[in-house]
Design a protein around this ligand. Structure first.
Ligand SMILES: NC(=O)c1ccc[n+]([C@@H]2O[C@H](COP(=O)([O-])OP(=O)(O)OC[C@H]3O[C@@H](n4cnc5c(N)ncnc54)[C@H](O)[C@@H]3O)[C@@H](O)[C@H]2O)c1
Length: 341
């Protein structure tokens, strides 16, 4: 039985507590939040759990084997490092840390102490994203041409991170899991409509070696909620619509064929193919449930999680590059050599 302490019981923390509480191989023993009202809420729901306002108290508790961190991003590094130094396994929310240097330090500390370090890249554990990966690995989509995502709504304006660190991070974690290659350069543009606050609308483009491009449009200032991702290959294309209740993934047997005319490029013939569309059956278990089970298994067996510290680091590097590009109105930032595949 893995005993979990959860720090941060705001919006997301309760989902961690609920999903760990549902596990056979795990139990939540302590919940920490600096707000007394949040602790009262946790205590009402889970009377057997100890609550505390002090993260150090939770981390030092011998009845805690692993610490899950669901606080604002700025605290991820400090709390995760303190937990690792106390010999506890760590599950940290996305994005893993505020800088890639911090993410690397956490990886090194966990490795030195042989502790599990996992990042909550929730989408990686959804039936939809697992299916997308399977389609890519089985070659059903052919060579990939693009990843194109829109993640917008009238969202909560965060004060500490911009919309890319809040929303595009989901796409970066999906891409990290699904695409066979890592980006080599990043360009991002965006704007803050509230003075002094981080950008609330942003466009992030990622370039790869070869004919693959990725784009993410993220916004907290849209009148409608859209969560749509297209993954285009030269054989088939996939639409992932996370707001669809049953058919989240649709595979289109559509595409083009190019009949090259070496003599004259203007006479090149493009053939259009619009074939069948089908919606594959997907696993429907809640992603966090799958993830909590996976974390407990990794702790029990000492195996590396699917969304390990390295995955968290690759995503933070892309976000850092996006922030650097955003400050320069979209100048591409070369990350070749930084993000190893
Ligand atoms: N995986 C996902 O899909 C997903 C979804 C939403 C949020 N998140 C992540 O979860 C984290 C938290 O986001 P949220 O939306 O729940 O934020 P939130 O502000 O609703 O909750 C954070 C909680 O942490 C508490 N807290 C802050 N400082 C603390 C401290 N020093 N000690 C103890 N408690 C402290 C706050 O009181 C608050 O209750 C972020 O990293 C966010 O990116 C992940």
């Amino acid at each position: 039985m893995i005993r979990i302490g959860v720090i941060g019981y705001g919006y997301w923390g309760p989902n961690l507590v609920r999903n760990f509480s549902e596990q056979v191989a795990a139990a939540v023993t302590v919940v920490c939040d600096q707000r007394a009202d949040r602790l009262a809420h946790a205590q009402r729901r889970y009377p057997a759990i100890r609550v505390t306002i002090d993260p150090a108290d939770l981390i030092a508790d011998p009845a805690v084997d692993a610490v899950a961190i669901a606080t604002p991003v700025a605290l991820h590094f400090e709390l995760a490092m303190a937990a690792l130094r106390a010999g506890k396994h760590v599950l940290v929310e996305k994005p893993m840390a505020s800088t890639s240097d911090q993410a690397q330090q956490l990886i090194d500390e966990a490795a030195r102490r042989r502790l599990v370090l996992m990042v909550d890249h929730t989408f990686v554990y959804t039936g939809a994203v697992q299916k997308m990966r399977e389609l890519v690995i089985n070659g059903e989509l052919g060579d990939l041409n693009y990843y194109d995502s829109v993640r917008i709504n009238l969202g909560l304006f965060q004060h500490d991170v911009d919309v890319l660190w809040d929303l595009a991070v989901h796409d970066l974690s999906i891409m990290d899991f699904v695409l066979p290659q890592q980006p080599v350069a990043v360009s991002a543009t965006g704007l803050a409509h509230v003075p002094g606050r981080p950008a609330n609308i942003a466009y992030m483009t990622m370039f790869f070696d070869g004919p693959l491009i990725a784009h993410v449009h993220a916004s907290w200032l849209a009148p409608v909620k859209v969560r749509r991702t297209l993954l285009g290959g030269n054989r088939r294309m996939v639409l992932f619509d996370d707001l669809e209740t049953s058919e989240k993934i649709k595979v289109y047997d559509s595409g083009i064929s190019v009949d090259p005319n070496p003599e004259n490029v203007y006479q090149m013939l493009i053939g259009y193919r619009t074939g069948d569309m089908w919606a594959p059956k997907l696993a429907v278990t809640e992603a966090l449930h799958v993830e909590a089970k996976h974390f407990a298994e990794c702790v029990a067996t000492g195996t590396a999680p699917q969304s390990d510290g390295e995955a968290g680091l690759r995503v933070v590097r892309l976000l850092e590059a996006a922030s650097a590009s955003l400050r320069q109105q979209g100048r591409p930032v070369d990350i070749r050599g930084l993000v190893a595949g």
